[in-house]
Write a protein that binds this ligand. Sequence first.
Ligand code: ADP
Ligand code: ASP
Ligand code: MG
Length: 440
Amino acid sequence: MKSFLIMKFGGTSVGNAQRMKNVAKLITNETPKIVVLSAMSGTTNSLVEIAEYLYKKNHDTANELIFQLENKYRNVCNELFSTNEYKNLALETISNHFDDMRKFIIDVFTTLEEKSILAKGEILSTTLFYYYLLENNFDSVLLSALNFMRIDKSDEPDFYYIKENLQREINLYPDKNLFITQGYICRNAFGEIDNLKRGGSDFSASLIGAALRSNEIEIWTDIDGFHNNDPRFVQKTHSISELSFDEAAELAYFGAKILHPSTVLPAKAANIPVRLKNTMNPKAAGTLITNNSLNTDEIKAVAAKDGIVAIKIKSGRMLLAYGFLRKIFETFERFQTPIDMVTTSEIAVSLTIDNDQYLEKIVEELRQYGTVAVDKNQTIICVVGNFAGNKTGMALKVFEALRNIPIRMISYGGSENNISILIDSQEKIRSLQALNEHLF
Ligand code: ADP
Ligand code: ASP
Ligand code: MG
C-alpha cells in the first residue's frame, strides 16, 4: 500500500477562485496525496441559514438566499476556468445542486433534507477544484466521501467501515497518486447523508490519515499554526512550533477554533504527526503536533470555551458520606450529558456542562440530593503548559494574571498539562488579554 500525505484545506484556503489556484500550486509535487477540502468560506453558514428559513417555511427568503449563493458560485466559475469546456461542466454541476435545493422549497423539510443541503458546500468546492485540476492537466481522482466516511448510531466514526471502504475506493485506481475528497460530510448508521459537525473537515482529514496509516496529516488554514492565545480576541499572539497530542487536544476541546476538537484522537491513536500550515504563507513553519511531549517549563497556550453552564449541588448529606458523587454523575449519564469540570468540597459539588439540552430534567433530578444552583453564560479558560505535581509557582503565575477577574471554579491537577478556570463569559476577553500580558 502506497503511503499518502493527507492535505486538508479549510474554507478560507479555498475561499475564492485565486485561492483555489494557489492550493493547486501547493499540491504539484509527486508525493501521493489525499486532498481534503472544506466548503468555500461562508458557504456552510449560508446553507445553515437557508435551512433555517426552510424549516420556518419562509420560502421567499430561502429562495432569495439560494439565488444569491448560486450567483456567487457562478462568479467563481467565471474566474476559475479559462476554457468553456470546464466552465460549462462546472456551471452544470452548480445548476444541478441549486435546483436540487429548490426542490426542498415545496417539499416537506426535515433534518434529512437539512443535512443534504449542508453537504452541498463540500461537494461543490471539491467538484470545482477537481475540474480546475483537470483543466490544468493534473492527473487526479475525485472520491466521494459519502462512499467511505461513516458515523455509527452514537454519531461516532465507524473506523473499520471507513478504513475498508476508503482502501477499496483507492485500490480502484492503482496508478493514481492524487485524490480529492470532501471533508465534513459522511453517511450515518442508516446510510443517510450526515456530517461530522461544524469544523469537522479537520476530523475527516485525521480519520482518513489514520485509516491509510499515512506519514503525516497536514491541516492548511489561514494562520501559521496554533497560536499561544486566541488571535480573534488578543493582539500579539505567536505561533507555537510544537505541541503534544494531549496539549493540542485540550486546547482544541477548550475553544481553539483552529482545530476541530476530535481531530487529535485518530492521529494520536495511529501515531501520525499533524502539521498545521498557513495557505497564505506556506513558508512559515506552522505547528507540529506529535506524541512527544516537550516537557518544557513554560506555559504554552491559552484557549477559551463559551456556552458553559455551571451546576452546584449543596447538601449536608454529602458530609462523610460515600456514593454521593456516583448518584450525581449517574444523573448526567442518564441524560447523556458529558461533564467538563468538577470541583468538590465536603458539603457541595460544582460541575460544568456545555450541552444544556436536558438541563431542566437534570436539575429536577438533582434536587433530590440537595439544593441546586445553576449559572449560565460561563466560560472555561484553559491554560496549557507543564503543570507537573512537583513544580512550584505555576498556579501563582496564572492567578497573578487573573487577579482582577472573579473566578467561579478552578480545576488543577486533572492532567499535568492543564489548568481550567471557570469565569463569567463577560470576563473572557479581559482574561485572555491579561493572561497574554502576564504569561508570555
Ligand atoms: P479553516 O476554515 O481553515 O478550518 P478555521 O476558521 O476553522 O479555519 O480556524 C482558523 C481560525 O482559528 C484562525 O483564523 C483563528 O482566528 C482561529 N483561532 C482561534 N484560536 C486559535 C489559536 N489558538 N491559534 C490559531 N488560530 C486560532
Ligand atoms: N464546512 C464545514 C463548516 O464550515 C466544515 C469545515 O469547514 O470544517 O463547519
Ligand atoms: Mg476549521
